[in-house]
Design a protein around this ligand. Structure first.
Ligand code: PHE
Length: 331
């Protein structure tokens, strides 16, 4: 290897330009490749060179190696910068458009009921959908052989029939009254499960709102006033309201509330209510000599159907965008 050849190699390294990462890899292999790299070969040959020249030539080959490595680093850096440039944010590309969603009519009615009760000092609580027999039935005066269990058939756990999906939100009354001392006024809203015609249209599930109010000297008149306030807030002042005597094991006296909006639809039942039975208060260790209270429960779906004049409850659960979009401006 003479001086001329060395100069040629130096010149080649100096003039090298990489356009692609492939070019760079070829360049690396050509000079530093383990088997056939030019500089690798020269390093191997170094042994054969007479001792007095070895140091000098070794120094030159090392310099050339350094030149090759610098070139490679240089082009790698440029490449990185180029890559970053292509990843850079391009404001001219149109963005992905996001569809604006809307609240489900059941959520809208739920929020409305919440607002109506917030105005008169009710607090909001939620209870579990998976309940035990005591909270859902026994504590509410519905013993094991009571016929009203038939009406509120639900999903029981085969292995433990003590555990079931709650059939009504009245179980929340029990949970709350066990933990808190009266007076209180509370609202609860959530899913309930029943094997019956209305709810079976909607997968055996519907939403219920439950309110209860306990204090000294609470009377049926208070109950009537609050129901009237709720119905008027939801349906306007012109609606007629009727309390029809009824029966629930956990309230005494009990009533169904019907509303009348026009001759076409006539009277429609919208909720159940009553004065909480003293035995229920005893079950949760509230002194029924001092305290009395009322409770009411209603299906949100039924209210939503009436408010929005929807004639088939099943549409509420089909997730049809054409239906849901109609409520976009309504909250
Ligand atoms: N829990 C009753 C039902 O689901 C409704 C109700 C609630 C009735 C509170 C009276 C008082 O049918």
């Amino acid at each position: 290897m003479d001086q001329k050849e060395m100069d040629q190699i130096r010149e080649e390294i100096k003039c090298f330009q990489a356009k692609t990462s492939n070019d760079l890899e070829f360049f690396r292999i050509k000079f530093l490749g383990k088997k056939k790299g030019i500089l690798t070969f020269l390093f191997k040959k170094l042994k054969e060179i007479p001792h007095e020249n070895r140091k000098n030539i070794g120094k030159i080959i090392n310099e050339l190696k350094k030149n090759v490595q610098d070139k490679i680093l240089h082009f790698q850096k440029i490449n990185l910068i180029e890559n970053k440039k292509t990843l850079k944010f391009d404001p001219t590309i149109p963005g992905k458009s996001l569809e604006i969603g809307s609240l489900h009519p059941i959520s809208i009615v739920k929020n409305r009921i919440l607002d109506i009760f917030k105005m008169i000092g009710f607090s909001y609580v939620e209870g579990p959908e998976i309940e035990n027999d005591w909270h859902n039935f026994t504590a509410l005066n519905i013993p094991v052989d009571h016929p009203s269990r038939e009406m509120q058939d639900t999903f029981f756990l085969c292995k433990n029939p003590e555990i079931l999906l709650r059939t009504h939100t009245s179980s929340v009354q029990i949970r709350y009254m066990k933990k808190h001392k009266p007076p209180f006024r509370v609202l609860s809203i959530g899913k309930v499960y029943r094997n019956e015609t209305i709810s079976s249209h909607s997968n055996f599930m519907f939403h219920q709102a439950e309110g209860f109010y306990i204090d000294k000297k609470v009377s049926f008149l208070d109950l009537k006033k609050i129901i009237q306030y709720l119905i008027n807030s939801l349906f306007g002042k012109s609606v007629k309201i009727r309390f029809r005597p009824s029966y629930f094991p956990f309230t005494e006296p009990s009533a169904e509330v019907d509303i009348y909006r026009d001759d076409k639809t006539g009277w429609l039942e919208v909720m159940g209510c009553g004065m909480i039975d003293p035995q229920v208060l005893k079950n949760v260790h509230i002194n029924s000599e001092i305290y009395s209270g009322f409770a009411f429960g209603m299906g949100i779906e039924r209210l939503a159907l009436l408010i929005y004049q929807i004639d088939d409850i099943r549409i509420c659960f089909e997730n049809d965008i054409r239906f849901l979009k109609q409520f976009q401006n309504d909250f």
